[in-house]
Design a protein around this ligand. Structure first.
Ligand code: UD1
Ligand code: CA
Length: 457
């Protein structure tokens, strides 16, 4: 029997008070709708995501997308989804889920499918016993028998007391879904087409079953920022626990944030206050933090980072970053590179064993092997004349840059050369030479005494 999934992810998400569509709000770095997609994609022959016009289709590569023209309710949204599965036979099982349900697991949908088939239902609703049912659709039963789902705003005071809620996840035999939808109206408190009204329409036609979710969740659906934060903390815990189980030490799990999909190798230690985001891979045996923020970067094994920010950069093995370094976009560090205290680097390549230990700005530069950059060195990369143009600085192998050197780019310092401390280097420096670019020092001997005697007169 074929199975297709329709994930409802259109609508406005009024309760978020946001410019961003609700299902695109991120949980651990990932748009929330993808958690719902994950739970159905391995068990379906096709996944259709129903989105609104203000969501870009591009982020749903490999999935079928249907657009709901206006947010007329879940019942209208599912119709848009059905239009993309017309080729599937009438007895296809349709898994319906919502894009704001990130806590439901694939295994739970599998059980729901089994329950549906075992009981020979035409429709099965996944319900749950909520600690706090407010805002959710209630499952109304007579004795044990399912009668209907009533939305909070249409519920009577007695119905509101019911704690069994509708999770918004269902299995339909396709023919009944189509038939039920043809019968619903928008005559309710919200003036919307409710998917939940199809049950009333179908109860004479087929067997409608309800499976109660065996676990209790703190929320069923993310509708506001408070629920977003609850979902985030649960998913964050899962990510962190999973890393710990796989051999990563996390000293104070409550104090770190690690995005979905971040990869970390064994024996890496994550110290408190660390945030690891985006497409980041940290190899084994690293020490990250305290207080590091790493975004879209790859760190070679044995690398140490403390009190620093690293964005869109790559380090080799055994590098050392910080404390208080800012590794901006586009840097490549070879092995054993040190970027030390109060150093900002950007779009630069650092070859093996290059060291920038303190108080420097290195931008649009290449540093050869074993280069040592003295404290206070600045690459003057910004031309200031040609728009936003940045000029390159090339520092070849084994060069020693004296403290407080100003390297006015474009400029090249050839192999093994030195620059004298305090130099302003405006011309290329040949191999094996010393460049001195500063006024020669003059000592005025006895100057203090002369001044004193002239003051005394
Ligand atoms: C819905 C259910 C409610 C259930 C709850 C569980 C209905 C009428 N109510 O209520 O019984 O307890 O989910 O979380 O179905 N959407 C669209 N198009 C629309 C409106 C919504 O695609 O026009 C999508 C949203 O993106 C969302 C999902 O459908 O992912 C559910 O919509 P939402 O407005 O959150 O429904 P609830 O009020 O939570
Ligand atoms: Ca919801």
């Amino acid at each position: 029997m074929k199975k297709v999934a329709i994930v409802l992810a259109a609508g406005i998400g009024k309760r978020m008070y946001s410019q961003t569509p609700k299902v695109l709000h991120r949980i651990c770095g990932r748009e929330m709708v993808f958690y719902a997609i994950d739970t159905v994609k391995n068990i379906s022959d096709k996944v259709v995501v129903v989105i609104s016009k203000n969501i870009s289709e591009d982020i749903f590569k490999g999935l079928e997308v249907a657009v709901q023209e206006s947010p007329l309710g879940t019942g209208d949204s599912i119709k848009a989804g059905l239009s993309k599965i017309y080729e599937f036979p009438y007895d296809t099982l349709v898994i319906v889920s919502t894009g704001d349900n990130p806590l439901i697991k694939e295994g739970e949908i599998k059980s729901l499918l089994e329950f549906h088939l075992r009981n020979k239902n035409g429709v099965t609703v996944l319900s749950a016993n909520a600690f706090e049912p407010a805002g959710l659709g209630r499952v109304i039963r007579k004795g044990k028998r399912f009668i209907k789902v009533v939305e909070e705003r249409d519920a009577t005071p007695t119905e509101k007391l019911v704690r069994e809620i509708n999770t918004g996840i269902y299995i339909f035999n396709k023919e009944f879904l189509e038939e039920g939808l043809s019968k619903i109206s928008n005559k309710n408190a919200q003036g919307e087409y409710y998917l939940t009204d199809v049950f009333e329409a179908l109860k004479e036609k087929t067997k409608i079953g309800v499976m109660v979710l065996p676990r209790k969740l703190p929320i069923y659906g993310v509708n506001n920022r408070k629920e977003l934060s609850i979902a985030t903390s649960l998913i964050q815990n899962e990510i962190i626990e999973n890393l710990m189980i796989k051999g990563i030490t996390i000293i104070n799990p409550q104090s770190v944030s690690i995005d979905y999909g971040v990869e970390i190798g064994i024996d890496t230690i994550i110290y408190p206050g660390t945030i690891i985001q985006g497409k980041t891979r940290i190899e084994s045996g690293c020490e990250i933090g305290p207080f590091a923020r790493i975004i879209d970067s790859t760190l070679g094994s044995g690398t140490k980072v403390q009190f620093s920010v690293i964005i869109n950069s790559v380090t080799g093995v055994n590098c050392s970053v910080g404390p208080f370094a800012y590794i901006r976009s586009g840097n490549v560090l070879d092995k054993s590179v040190k970027i030390g205290t109060f150093v900002e680097v950007k779009n630069s390549k650092f070859n093996e064993n290059a060291k920038v230990p303190h108080l420097s700005y290195i931008g649009d530069a290449t540093l050869g092997k074993n280069v040592n950059i003295g404290a206070g060195t600045i690459t003057c990369n910004f031309s200031g004349l040609e728009g936003n143009k940045k000029n390159p600085t090339h520092i070849e192998d084994d060069v020693f840059i004296g403290s407080n050197t100003t390297l006015v780019a474009p400029v090249t310092i050839k192999k093994r050369a030195y620059t004298a401390a305090g130099s302003v280097i405006t011309e290329n420096v040949p191999e094996d030479s010393l460049a001195i670019g500063r006024a020669k020092q003059v000592n005025k001997t006895e100057w203090v005494k002369r001044r004193k005697s002239s003051n005394d007169k």
